[in-house]
Design a protein around this ligand. Structure first.
Ligand SMILES: Cc1cc2nc3c(=O)[nH]c(=O)nc-3n(C[C@H](O)[C@H](O)[C@H](O)COP(=O)(O)O)c2cc1C
Length: 211
């Protein structure tokens, strides 16, 4: 059935196995709240991290993944198609093709393994294929790596992608807004991602505007 609902933006959200699964959860929550349509793909690595960090068991079936995320975050979807999860080998996903009207893609968190794959153009999973499609279509692509320290290889990959217009947005929150909680540190990064996507975020006041 044809979908007539107009969304603010359509965002491809890929969650991979770097530490910081909680960033992805918070980002998803905000994207839904800001009336974005979200196509979501979760790597096996991300599932392992989610289990370890959050005690969060992500099912294998995409339909069950969606229901688990909706329940866990108490998401209130404006329409059933606002959130769709895809298996990482689902080549029928809109994320896999340049013909699908996707405004931007975010990989958060982004493992250095996935980052390296994107930098060399590997497409052996839906997540990598979707990122490679963004590059060829010159669509906004945001990667939120989490690793420290970084090797010359990893820095080289980031440099290469940055020169192609990719936003490299490391999970390194600032402290100048005097955060009082981990939630505020998470929101700092999520706010920066939302701003990069051109969304009107309200998690963090721009510097120089709060009292
Ligand atoms: C608990 C845990 C934490 C991890 N943290 C990171 C990390 O912060 N950065 C990273 O690049 N890889 C990290 N890894 C390793 C990746 O998950 C692993 O390289 C995986 O193959 C990445 O695959 P993916 O990109 O398809 O998810 C972590 C793994 C585990 C189990």
């Amino acid at each position: 059935m044809k979908d007539n609902k107009h969304y603010n933006k359509t965002i491809a959200l890929a969650i991979t196995g770097a530490s910081g699964f909680v960033y992805a959860l918070r980002l998803l929550e905000e994207l839904v709240r800001l009336d974005c349509r979200v196509y979501c793909a979760i790597s096996e690595g991300a599932k392992a991290v989610a289990r370890l960090e959050e005690g969060f068991l992500i099912p294998d079936l995409p339909g069950e993944q969606k229901q688990t995320l909706v329940n866990h975050l108490s998401l209130s979807l404006s329409s059933d198609d606002q959130l769709t999860c895809y298996a990482t080998n689902d080549w029928n996903s809109p994320m896999a093709s340049g013909s699908a009207p996707i405004d931007a893609m975010v990989v958060a968190p982004c493992s250095t393994g996935t980052l390296a794959s994107i930098a060399i153009g590997l497409s052996d999973s839906l997540i990598k294929r979707a990122a490679v499609v963004c590059l060829k279509e010159r669509r906004p692509l945001l990667l939120m790596p989490r690793e420290t320290p970084l090797s010359a290889i990893q820095l080289e990959h980031m440099h290469k992608l940055s020169l192609m217009g990719v936003s490299i947005l490391p999970a390194s929150p600032g402290f100048y807004h005097k955060p009082q909680s981990i939630d505020q540190l998470i929101d700092f990064i999520v706010a920066r991602i939302l701003s990069q996507l051109g969304l009107d975020q309200s998690l963090l006041s721009p510097w120089g505007t709060s009292d």
